[in-house]
Design a protein around this ligand. Structure first.
Ligand SMILES: Cc1cc2nc3c(=O)[nH]c(=O)nc-3n(C[C@H](O)[C@H](O)[C@H](O)COP(=O)(O)OP(=O)(O)OC[C@H]3O[C@@H](n4cnc5c(N)ncnc54)[C@H](O)[C@@H]3O)c2cc1C
Length: 408
């Protein structure tokens, strides 16, 4: 069976690796002319590590990643608001959490793709997917090439997925009322004392510091902002410095240790759940199918889960592609929809500006029970995966960060 994958990001490459392991010969088509070097980092929670281990990548991730054992929350004055015992979460789920730079994760994926003999065709920007006279999808590229594989996988991301347009029609991403600045700080010396995730909550603002090593930290700053006010800014670093000038260290030290050209600002969008992820012989995966907000902490993790499940669905299929697509959606739709909803719930709390709402949110965070929080996250994130310590079944409220700190 010929398999073409549109998009060589986390979803596209991990799906390619999972399918190659099952004996298929996928080919990946990526719009960029060379591997991406931008983007900050991602936290790969234990459910992602399970998939990475299954794909044979976890050792390489361990070599390049940080191993956070705790997440500390603080308010904008530096007062403690509790945290997450990541070491306990890892023990409960049976796999470690890693923090990685996006470009390093991408390098590991590409390296394994090369070793597995998976062709990755750079400089192939898909511009349209259409049906031919036999009802089979054809993908057309900007460079004039076209492909007509037996199975076409749309892994072309969140914002302008050509495959999603073909499958679902007009499903446009939804702006969720906040902007993110992301960056990677590289210090001469340690920028943080230990490998702990630090999450600072204000009123309508947030700053997260995620170390990989003490001198290498990626970060994401965020602010609630109407879309009409997301206007171009000449100096992104100055904008962040100004916004967080009165916040506790290590925030300013980290921002100042970030080269101006390593900072990006993103108007953050997510997707409404789609009514279907497939049409004809095309299937959507990753952000093209179910992009959650970064506040879910799970976008990349869910892209990796797609890869693991899709390989199993294809392998176990006795019928045609329709059966595979149905089985895949049955396993994946409810978990991804609930995590996306939890990302929204958490964002509403995080970016609240009303002082009383923020006070209640902070009180709840301070009073949270670390053992209970770990159990909720483990049940939610482990759902559908054969991981030790995970009871299969999503808690009623979804089992993501949003279910821990909801304020509605
Ligand atoms: C600020 C921020 C922080 C985040 N932090 C985390 C985190 O800590 N943990 C986590 O799990 N997730 C996190 N995420 C989410 C995560 O980054 C995404 O969910 C993940 O990258 C999805 O992978 P993907 O391959 O589906 O999409 P992408 O990574 O966007 O990859 C899509 C690929 O398709 C290519 N492409 C696009 N259009 C075309 C086209 N027309 N033709 C060919 N190729 C095309 C792109 O160039 C790209 O290479 C974060 C997201 C943001 C914005």
């Amino acid at each position: 069976m010929e398999i073409g994958i549109l998009g060589g990001g986390i979803a596209g490459l991990s799906v390619a690796l999972a399918l190659r392991k099952q004996g298929y010969n996928p080919r990946v088509y990526e719009r960029r002319t060379e591997p991406a070097t931008m983007g900050a980092g991602v936290t790969l929670w234990p459910n992602a590590s399970f998939v990475l281990e299954e794909l044979g990548l976890l050792q390489d991730i361990a070599a390049i990643g940080g191993r956070p054992l705790t997440m500390r929350r603080k308010d904008a004055m530096g007062n403690a608001l509790g945290g997450l015992d990541i070491a306990l979460l890892d023990r409960t789920m049976g796999y470690p959490t890693y923090t990685v730079l996006r470009r390093h994760l991408q390098e590991v994926l590409l390296d394994h793709a090369a070793r597995a003999g998976i062709p990755v065709e750079f400089g192939h920007r898909a511009v349209a997917v259409e049906l031919d006279a036999n009802g089979r999808a054809v993908a057309y590229f900007e460079n004039g090439a076209s492909i007509r594989p037996d199975l076409l996988i749309g892994a072309d991301g969140r914002m302008g997925s050509v495959a999603r347009k073909f499958v679902a029609g007009d499903n446009t991403p939804v702006y969720q009322g906040f902007v993110n600045w992301i960056g990677v700080a590289q210090g001469q010396h340690a920028l943080v004392d230990d490998i702990a995730i630090q999450d600072f909550w204000g009123a309508g603002e947030r700053f997260g510091c995620v170390p990989i090593r003490p001198e290498l930290v990626y970060w994401a700053a965020a602010q609630a902002r109407p879309f009409s006010e997301v206007t171009p800014t000449a100096d992104l670093r100055k904008e962040v410095e100004k916004l967080f000038a009165q916040w506790p260290e290590p925030i300013l030290a980290i921002v100042r240790a970030t080269p101006e050209n390593a900072i990006r600002r993103i108007a953050v969008h997510d997707l409404e759940p789609l009514h279907t992820w497939s049409r004809a012989n095309v299937l959507l995966v990753g952000d093209a199918a179910h992009a959650p907000l970064p506040t879910s902490g799970q976008g990349a993790c869910q892209a990796l889960e797609d890869a693991w499940h899709l390989a199993r669905c294809l392998d176990g299929a006795s019928g045609g592609l329709d059966d595979v697509f149905q089985a895949f959606a049955k396993i994946r739709a409810s978990k991804t929809a609930r995590l996306a909803e939890q990302g929204r719930v958490f964002a509403r709390g995080l970016f609240a500006t009303d002082p009383e709402t923020c006070r209640i949110r902070n009180e709840r965070a301070r009073a949270s029970n670390p053992m209970h929080d770990v159990q909720v996250l483990a049940a939610g994130w482990g759902q559908g995966l054969p991981m030790p310590g995970c009871t299969d079944g999503m808690p009623a409220q979804g089992g993501g960060f949003g279910s821990l700190y909801r304020i509605e």
